[in-house]
Design a binder for this molecule. Structure first.
Ligand code: F0G
Length: 481
C-alpha cells in the first residue's frame, strides 16, 4: 500500500509500529577515531556498542514481527524429529513447490554443501555475479567461477530496471567453450548482492534456465535476496503487476532444480537451507548436512529461529512488508543522487550503494577507496557501512591485486529497523562527507588473511588523513557529535 499525502511531498512510510527498542549510542568524534584505530580500519572489527547507525548488513539483523516472536515460544526442541522442523519444511514446500529440504545453519553452509557435491578441480560454475562466500567455496575445491552479468549491470548510473540479468549470448557461448561436462552448475543470484542489490527479471531467469536445460546443466537459485527481487519484478516487469508475490515466487521457483537461501535475509531470522527437486540428488547431499551442520531436522539452526523463519517466509509474501526495504533505499538514493553524490542507480534491494570509485577518485584502487570511504563514514557520524570493492576480492594466484569492477560502500537497510528521520541523518552525513571527500586518503594492510580478507584483515591509513577529516567534522558539528 502506498500512503498518499495532502500537503507533504510523497515519502516512504513505515507500515509497522515500534514495540521493542534498543537504545543507540553516539560516541563523540575523538572516541570514534580511537575505535577506528582499535578496529584496524576494518568496520567488521568494530563493536556494536560504538556504532550509531549500523548499516553493515541486513543479515540476521532485520526486525522481527510480533508474530515471529510469538512463534518462537512454541518451538519444539528435539535432536531428531522436531515438529518445528516439519512445520518449516511444510511451509517451504507449500511456497516453493519443491518437496525436499536440507536445513543448514546459514547461507554459506548451503554453498559449502552444494560446492562439495558438484565442484571438482577444474570445473566451472557459471553465474550472473559471484557472492564472496559462494565463490570462496567453489575455489576452495579447485573450481572456478564465470560471471556473465550483462555489461550494463556494471555501469553505476543507469535506469535499467534489471541490472542483475545474465547475458544470454555469453551464457551459451561460455557453455560451449567450457564444454558441458566441465560446467558444475548454473547459479543465478536474485538480487545480486555485490553490484548493488540489483534484481533479475523473471524473463531473464526463464531464458537462462532454458539454455542450461538444453545442455542438461543443473540450475541453482540463490534466493537470499529473493523478497526484494519479487518486489522489483512486481513493480518493474511488464505483465507482472497483477500477480501476487506468492505467484511470482512460485513462477521463479518452478524454473530451478535447486533453491538455497540465507535465512538471515530471506525469512528475516537466522538460518538457511537447500530445496532440492530430485530425490536422488537430495539423498546424495544429506550426508553433508549430518557431517557439517547437524541432524537432518535442525541443520545447525535453533528451533526458535526455525519457528521465526516459518512465519518470516509467510511475511515475505506480503507487499507491505517487502516494499519497505526498496522504498527506503529508493528514497535515500534519490536524495543523494539529487545532491550529486555518485550512487548506484536505480536503487536496488539490500541497501544504498555509494560509488567510491567516483567519490574517492583521488585514492588509487590499490589503496582501497571503498574501504577508506567506509571508515570516513564511521568517523563522520558513527555510520557503519560495508566495503564492497577490491578489499572484498581475493588476490590472483600470482599475488597481484584483483581489482573489483566496482568500488562500492554499501549502506544496508535492515528491514523494519530504521525510521525515516534516521535515514535523513545518514543522508545528511553522506552529503557532508561527499563535500569533504578530498580529505579522505588511502588504506594499506598490516595483516592480510588469504581467504575472505575483508572479514578479519587489519589495515592502517596511509597518512594522518583521519585526523584532518575529524578536525573538519568537529569544526562543523562540535566535539560532542
Ligand atoms: N548469498 C547471498 C546473495 C548473500 O547476500 C549472502 C550473505 C549469502 C549468500 C551467504 O549467506 O551470510 O547466511 O552465510 N550476505 C551477507 C551480507 C553476509 O552481508 O550481504 P550467510
Amino acid at each position: 500500500m502506498e500512503i498518499k499525502f495532502y500537503k507533504h511531498e510523497p515519502i516512504p512510510m513505515e507500515l509497522h509500529k515500534v514495540k521493542i527498542v534498543q537504545q543507540l549510542n553516539l560516541l563523540p568524534g575523538n572516541q570514534r577515531l580511537q575505535k577506528l584505530y582499535d578496529s584496524a580500519f576494518n568496520t567488521f572489527q568494530l563493536h556494536n556498542i560504538d556504532i550509531f547507525m549500523d548499516m553493515l548488513t541486513d543479515s540476521g539483523v532485520n526486525a522481527m514481527s510480533d508474530n515471529m516472536q510469538a512463534a518462537m515460544l512454541r518451538a519444539d526442541d528435539a535432536y531428531a524429529g522436531s515438529e518445528t522442523f516439519y512445520r518449516m519444511a511444510r511451509k517451504l514446500s507449500d511456497i516453493f513447490g519443491i518437496n525436499y529440504f536440507l536445513p543448514a545453519h546459514q547461507g554459506r553452509a548451503c554453498e559449502n554443501i552444494l560446492a562439495t557435491h558438484f565442484v571438482k578441480p577444474g570445473k566451472v560454475v557459471i553465474m550472473n555475479y559471484h557472492f564472496t562466500t559462494a565463490k570462496a567455496h567453489i575455489t576452495r575445491l579447485g573450481g572456478r567461477v564465470e560471471e556473465l552479468v550483462k555489461d550494463e549491470g556494471l555501469i553505476p548510473r543507469s535506469n535499467l530496471p534489471f541490472k542483475g540479468d545474465i547475458d544470454l549470448e555469453k551464457l551459451e557461448a561460455c557453455i560451449q567453450k567450457e564444454t558441458v561436462e566441465n560446467v558444475a552448475f548454473l547459479r543465478l543470484e536474485s538480487g545480486t548482492n555485490l553490484i548493488g542489490g540489483q534484481p533479475m527479471s523473471y524473463q531473464n531467469m526463464k531464458d537462462a534456465v532454458a539454455i542450461a536445460n538444453k545442455y542438461g546443466i543443473p540450475t541453482v537459485l540463490d534466493a537470499s535476496l529473493l523478497q526484494d527481487n519479487i518486489y522489483f519484478i512486481k513493480t518493474r516487469e511488464d505483465g507482472m503487476k497483477q500477480r501476487s508475490p506468492a505467484e511470482i515466487l512460485r513462477m521463479i521457483a518452478d524454473l530451478f532444480d535447486i533453491v538455497y537461501f540465507s535465512g538471515r535475509k530471506f525469512g528475516f531470522a537466522r538460518g538457511g537451507g537447500i530445496l532440492v527437486r530430485d530425490e536422488k540428488m537430495f539423498h546424495a547431499m544429506e550426508d553433508y548436512v549430518t557431517m557439517f551442520e547437524g541432524f537432518l531436522t535442525y541443520g545447525g539452526m535453533s528451533v526458535k529461529e526455525m519457528e521465526a523463519l516459518t512465519v518470516g517466509f509467510e511475511e515475505s509474501l506480503n507487499m507491505d512488508v517487502i516494499s519497505q526495504g526498496p522504498q527506503f533505499i529508493e528514497y535515500a538514493v534519490k536524495q543523494l543522487d539529487d545532491y550529486g553524490v555518485p550512487v548506484i542507480t536505480p536503487g536496488g534491494g539490500l541497501g544504498a550503494h555509494l560509488d567510491a570509485m567516483q567519490i574517492c577518485s583521488h585514492v588509487p584502487q590499490e589503496e582501497y577507496p571503498a574501504g577508506a570511504l567506509t571508515c570516513a563514514l564511521y568517523l563522520c557520524g558513527g555510520i557503519r557501512g560495508m566495503e564492497r570493492g577490491t578489499l572484498s576480492e581475493e588476490r590472483n594466484a600470482d599475488g597481484s591485486e584483483r581489482f573489483a569492477s566496482m568500488e562500492l560502500v554499501r549502506l544496508a537497510f535492515p528491514r523494519r529497523v530504521f525510521t525515516l528521520s534516521q535515514t535523513e541523518y545518514v543522508i545528511d552525513r553522506v552529503k557532508w562527507v561527499y563535500d569533504h571527500r578530498e580529505l579522505i586518503g588511502g588504506l594499506r594492510f598490516t595483516h592480510e588473511p588469504k581467504t575472505l580478507r575483508f572479514f578479519t584483515g587489519r589495515l592502517e591509513p596511509t597518512s594522518d588523513w583521519p585526523h584532518k577529516l575529524l578536525a573538519a567534522y568537529q569544526a562543523e558539528f562540535g566535539r560532542d557529535q
